[in-house]
Design a protein. Structure first.
Length: 299
């Protein structure tokens, strides 16, 4: 099987995953597979299915909590699928799933298109950001997506889904709920804008992030979704949870909705602290916060 995979992908065995997620935690994966192209990805999925090897597609690892248990399957990274094309004359941008979101933002601004400035600080891939409908500053990714190219895992066919065909909500999409598809690429509908104005917006928001978020520590961004009409950080702060630690994981003193790796935290440290915060807020406020981050490899 390995030799077949190597015809279509870069393949490593028994790889530590702490370098492949923004918490810098996690155990080993049996295989780490990076397909060379979209067509190669199709072949990789077929090979894994034929050999009954479970798999999981991992983006930049910026919204996940990986278990310390060894993953007895294949982690698929789409880092080779990173093409970007900007078409100012059509007010459109194209990006493959493995492209980094901030890179797309910068290239659209450089070509005089506006709309994606809100995503300049989102440290994720295009695929992961669409999956989670990532957003900031009262805007979200799916507001600007014209269409998404996907691989149907049941038929191995590549399909093009228009925005109207994709159901999505705050911080979630049908891609996250159903797992029937693997996101391959997307087209974004934007507007003509001013490069100077867009760069000013990016600089202002970067300053605000530096002031309000603990960017100096490994984390995976906001842990909980904001409940309607409220803010998760306010509820967590009201329960006096800032600074709470389990092992090397800590509820940030700077932003209560961030859990940070301050001292070689383990996967269990992060997992237990997230659940402690959730349960404490539920007990003291009756608000059942929804965990935004995804647990991978946990029972």
């Amino acid at each position: 099987m390995i030799e077949k995979l190597k015809k279509h992908a870069d393949v490593l065995e028994n790889v530590a995953l702490n370098k492949y997620n923004t918490y810098h935690i996690g155990g080993l994966t049996r295989y780490l597979v990076s397909p060379l192209s979209i067509n190669d990805l199709v072949e990789v999925i077929k090979i894994l299915d034929e050999n009954k090897v479970p798999y999981f597609v991992l983006g930049n690892g910026s919204n996940v909590v990986l278990s310390s248990k060894k993953y007895e399957g294949a982690i698929i990274r789409l880092n080779n699928l990173n093409g970007i094309a900007i078409h100012p004359e059509m007010n459109m941008a194209y990006a493959e799933a493995g492209a980094m979101y901030p890179k797309l933002v910068n290239e659209t601004i450089e070509r005089g298109l506006t709309g994606l400035e809100f995503a300049g600080g989102i440290p994720g891939t295009i695929g992961g950001s669409i999956l989670n409908n990532a957003g900031a500053y009262n805007a979200c990714t799916m507001d600007y997506v014209r269409s998404v190219s996907v691989l149907n895992k049941e038929t191995y066919e590549i399909e093009e889904l228009e925005n109207a065909d994709i159901s999505y909500t705050y911080r979630s999409t049908m891609f996250k709920e159903e797992r029937k598809y693997i996101i391959l690429s997307a087209k974004f509908f934007l507007k003509q804008g001013s490069k100077e104005s867009s760069l000013e917006i990016l600089a202002d928001r970067q300053r605000r992030r530096l002031e309000s978020q603990p960017l100096e520590y490994p984390s995976a961004g906001s842990v909980f979704r904001n409940p309607e009409g409220d803010a998760a950080w306010r509820l967590i702060d009201s329960c006096h949870l800032k600074g709470t630690r389990i092992g090397g994981a800590e509820v940030s003193e700077k932003h209560a909705n961030f859990i940070i790796n301050v001292d070689n935290a383990t996967s269990d440290d992060v997992y237990e602290l997230i659940n402690l915060v959730h349960d404490t807020v539920l007990e003291k406020t009756t608000v059942d916060l929804i965990i935004e981050q995804e647990f991978i490899g946990w029972d």
